[in-house]
Design a binder for this molecule. Structure first.
Ligand SMILES: Nc1ncnc2c1ncn2[C@@H]1O[C@H](COP(=O)(O)OP(=O)(O)O)[C@@H](O)[C@H]1O
Ligand SMILES: [Mg+2]
Length: 400
C-alpha cells in the first residue's frame, strides 16, 4: 500500500468525475503504515487534516500520535494542547479502543533537547547560553523544518505509537521540509562555519586576523545584532558544537531515510484553486524526484450542493423570471427571498464548475495520483467533533 511511489494506493473509484479515489481508511488501518506526513502550502488545511487523520486512526483502534506545528489556538485547546511542553499528551474525548496523543512542536526546545542529549551538562549549558545559538535555534531559516524532522525521528525511535501523523511547517516554499536536513547540515558544516571555526581550532593571531576579514561576510546580518561580541560567541559556540556536527548530519540523514522507507505515506493537501493545485503538482513532482512514497492528494474545502441537478443557468433564469413577473402563489417578500436563494445557488454551481475543471486539469496530468475530496464546512474546524466530521469525509463515510 505505501512505499510504491505515485502509483501507491489505487483504492476504489467511488468519486464522481475522473481520477482514482484515495482510500484513507485502508491507509490508516494498515498496520504497515507507521508515518503519515501531511504537506502542502500554507492555509490549505494541513494541520486540520493531520489532526483529523490522527483522531480517525485512534478511533479505529490505533495508537496514534499527531505532531502539529502551528495549530490554531481553539483547535489546540480542544486537543488539550495548552502547554508548550514539547512532548505528546493524551487527547481526552477520544472514543474506542485506540488512543490519540498530540503535541505541538516547540522549535527551540527541540533544539535544546538535541544539545542536552548529545553533550556533557556543562558543555550543553555553554551552548544554550550562547547568543549565537539562541539566534540559530529561535529562527534560522530552515530550523523549524529541521526540528520537525528531528522530532519525528525522536518519536519514531521512542516506538511508543503505531502511527505517527506529522503536520509540516507553513514554509514559504512548500519544499523546505524535504530540504531541511541538507540545509541545516550544510549550514553547520558549511564554508562560513568552517571559516569562523578556524581560530578555535588553530588559535593564534594570524587566524584571528583572517577571521576578522572574513567577518565582512557577516556584518549585514548577525554581525549587526551582536556586534563585537559575535566573534567570541561564535567561537565558543563552534568549539562547543564541534563534537555534535557529525551527530546532526547523521540523524538528519536517518530521518530522511525514514521518510523514504516503506511504512511512510505522504499526503499532499491542497484546495481546488489554480495556484494551490500548481503548488501541489510541484510537490508531487518533488516527492517523486526524491522517491518519497506519495499516497495521494487531499483536496480540501471543495464546495458542493444539495441540488446538483439544478444548473446555474436554469437557476439564474428562474431568479429573473421571479423578479420580473412574480408568482401568483406567493407574496413579493417570498419572491424576493426565493430569487436571492436561486442566485446564491447559481453562484455556488459556478464555483463548483470552476473547482471541477481545476481538479480535472490536475487529474489529466497526474492520472495515477489518488484523490480524496473534503467538503468546505460552513465554519472553522476547532473541536473534536469538527475533526471527526473531516475524518468521516476523508474516510468517505460522511453523508454527501
Ligand atoms: N474542510 C474545511 N472546511 C472548513 N474550514 C476548514 C476546512 N479545512 C480547514 N479549515 C479551516 O481553515 C483554516 C486553515 O486550516 P489549517 O489546517 O490551519 O491550514 P494549514 O495548516 O495548511 O495552514 C483553519 O481555520 C481551519 O479550521
Ligand atoms: Mg498549519
Amino acid at each position: 500500500m505505501t512505499g510504491s511511489g505515485t502509483k501507491a494506493n489505487g483504492g476504489g473509484n467511488g468519486m464522481r468525475g475522473t481520477g482514482k479515489r484515495l482510500a484513507v481508511d485502508a491507509l490508516i488501518d494498515d498496520p504497515k503504515t507507521r508515518i503519515i506526513v501531511c504537506c502542502g502550502s500554507g492555509g490549505v488545511g494541513k494541520t486540520t487534516t493531520a489532526a483529523a487523520i490522527g483522531l480517525r486512526a485512534a478511533e479505529r483502534g490505533r495508537k496514534a500520535v499527531v505532531l502539529t506545528i502551528d495549530p490554531a489556538r481553539r483547535l489546540a485547546q480542544s486537543m488539550g494542547l495548552t502547554e508548550l511542553d514539547n512532548t505528546p499528551r493524551v487527547v481526552k474525548g477520544v472514543t474506542g479502543e485506540g488512543e490519540l496523543q498530540a503535541m505541538m512542536l516547540d522549535m527551540k526546545r527541540t533544539f535544546d533537547e538535541v544539545v542536552l542529549a548529545h553533550s556533557e551538562p556543562e558543555r550543553a549549558r555553554m551552548i544554550m547560553e550562547n547568543p549565537f545559538y539562541q539566534s540559530l535555534s529561535a529562527g534560522f531559516a530552515g530550523t523549524q523544518e529541521y526540528m520537525a524532522m528531528e522530532k519525528l525521528g525522536q518519536l519514531r525511535s521512542a516506538d511508543e505509537w503505531d502511527l505517527i501523523v506529522v503536520d509540516t511547517p507553513p514554509s514559504r516554499s512548500a519544499l523546505d521540509f524535504l530540504d531541511a536536513p541538507n540545509r541545516l547540515g550544510s549550514f553547520l558544516d558549511g564554508r562560513v562555519i568552517r571559516l569562523l571555526a578556524a581560530p578555535a581550532k588553530v588559535g593564534g593571531r594570524s587566524a584571528l586576523k583572517f577571521l576578522n576579514a572574513g567577518m565582512g561576510l557577516f556584518t549585514g546580518g548577525l554581525g549587526k545584532i551582536f556586534g563585537a561580541q559575535l566573534l567570541t560567541d561564535v567561537q565558543t559556540f563552534i568549539t562547543a558544537m564541534d563534537s555534535m556536527f557529525g551527530g546532526f548530519r547523521e540523524r538528519a540523514d536517518r530521518t530522511y531515510r525514514l521518510l523514504k522507507a516503506p511504512g511512510t505515506a505522504f499526503l499532499v493537501v491542497a484546495v481546488p484553486e489554480r495556484d494551490a493545485l500548481r503548488e501541489a503538482a510541484y510537490f508531487v513532482d518533488r516527492l517523486a524526484a526524491d522517491r518519497m512514497p506519495l499516497a495521494g492528494l487531499v483536496l480540501n474545502r471543495v464546495h458542493d450542493t444539495g441540488a446538483p441537478q439544478l444548473t446555474a443557468e436554469r437557476s439564474l433564469a428562474a431568479a429573473e423570471t421571479l423578479e420580473e413577473n412574480g408568482s401568483e402563489h406567493s407574496s413579493p417578500a417570498a419572491e424576493l427571498l426565493a430569487a436571492g436563494l436561486l442566485r446564491l445557488h447559481a453562484e455556488r454551481m459556478q464555483i463548483m464548475g470552476r473547482e471541477r475543471r481545476t481538479r480535472d486539469r490536475f487529474v489529466s496530468v497526474y492520472p495515477d495520483v489518488p484523490i480524496v475530496e473534503v467538503a468546505a464546512l460552513p465554519g472553522d474546524v476547532h473541536d473534536l467533533d469538527g475533526l471527526r466530521d473531516i475524518g468521516d469525509r476523508l474516510g468517505g463515510s460522511a453523508p454527501s
